[in-house]
Design a protein around this ligand. Structure first.
Ligand code: FAD
Length: 310
């Protein structure tokens, strides 16, 4: 039985494991793929004190850092069921896909999230070569260039407003007849001179040349006409999906499927904490996930010293 078991090996999980292990308590970390979304990232320019790094490099640095401590790393292990403790201080159980069960007196859930993809030709091929999902991360790479934002919900419209201040021109493409973002955001977007808004637009393909995005095709859903736009970047903003399907029914989730946490990273189950992109924390970023992971581990430690069952 672990004192702290971390599920998920992205920045939140790595940080939680390090903070827990530094308290001298038995710590394990089980992850489907150590590194998480960072493993899929090219350049990272907003991890404070590291002006530039690359995903795989940061993943190996995180792993090395975790290995400095006595942490039981269980990579390639997918959790599929949480069985909460019968009473606080007693062990929780996490069932793995391979049939094994792990036990721990406290848990940190940090299974992250994944960007919803459009599923059109060119999207996968040009990922990180013009196709981007995170305006805070990749916006500055498109300084002065032409980009499209796919999606007219709050995140899409916020992204378009943000990008309009950096890039040369933004085309926002919304699938429905109207954008769904809050009116105040729509109004702000409409006031910007370098933004064009297309509604009833269905993106059908991302085109490219020499390994880079050079445009996109969309269908006007009203007229049925096909159009091509020449541009250098496409930001897909049609939703971030938390990896919490396995927790449904066992822990309180928001309407978007995020694990509901308070400012101490407590969940609806005593002794179960959560951190990072899988939670309701606003703004999903590496530096935020690392901070949240450390908070969750400190809260778990606090829980353990208050609920010893010896
Ligand atoms: P994740 O990184 O998503 O890690 C989740 C972990 O949980 C993984 O180890 C995964 O395998 C594991 N897992 C999932 N389900 C299970 C399960 N059932 N059982 C066991 N393990 C499971 N942020 C920045 O700050 N700067 C950037 O430049 C930047 N660029 C990005 C570029 C791309 C292409 C993407 C996709 C994201 C980018 N982000 C960036 C966002 C950043 O990567 C995330 O905010 C951060 O990785 C979230 O950390 P996390 O630990 O919460 O989750």
């Amino acid at each position: 039985t672990f004192e702290v078991l971390v599920i998920g090996g992205g920045p939140a999980g790595a940080s939680a494991a390090i903070y827990a292990a530094r308290k001298g308590i038995s710590t394990g970390i089980a992850a489907e793929r150590f590194g998480g979304q960072v493993a899929d990232t090219m350049g990272i320019e907003n991890l404070i004190s590291v002006p530039y790094t690359e995903g795989p490099k940061l993943v190996s640095a995180m792993e090395q850092h975790v290995k400095e401590y006595d942490v039981d790393i269980m990579n390639m292990q997918r959790a599929e069921k949480l069985i909460p403790a019968s009473r606080p201080g007693m062990p929780h159980e996490v069932r793995l896909e391979n049939g094994a069960t792990l036990k721990a007196r406290s848990l940190v859930l940090s299974t992250g999230a994944r960007w919803r993809q459009m599923g059109v030709p060119g999207e996968e091929e040009y990922r990180n070569k013009g196709v981007a999902y995170c305006p805070h991360c990749d916006g500055p790479l498109f300084k002065g260039k032409r980009v499209a934002v796919i999606g007219g919900g709050n995140s899409g419209v916020e992204a378009a407003i943000d990008l309009a201040g950096i890039v040369g021109h933004v085309t926002l493409i919304e699938f429905g007849a109207e954008m769904r973002a809050d009116e105040v955001l729509q109004k702000k977007l409409r006031s910007l001179k370098n933004v064009e808004i297309i509604t009833s637009g269905q993106t059908t393909e991302i085109t490219g040349e020499n390994g880079k995005v050079n445009g996109l095709n969309y269908t006007d859903r009203k007229s049925g006409e096909q159009h091509h736009i020449s541009l250098e970047g496409v930001f897909v903003q049609i939703g971030l999906v938390p990896n919490t399907e396995w927790l449904k029914g066992d822990i309180e989730l928001s309407q978007h499927g995020e694990i509901i946490v308070n400012d101490r990273n407590e969940t609806s189950i005593p002794g179960v904490f959560a951190a990072g992109d899988a939670t309701t924390v606003p703004y999903k970023q590496i530096v935020i996930s690392m901070g949240e992971g450390s908070k969750a581990a400190l809260s778990a430690f606090d829980f353990l010293i208050r609920n010893s069952v010896d």
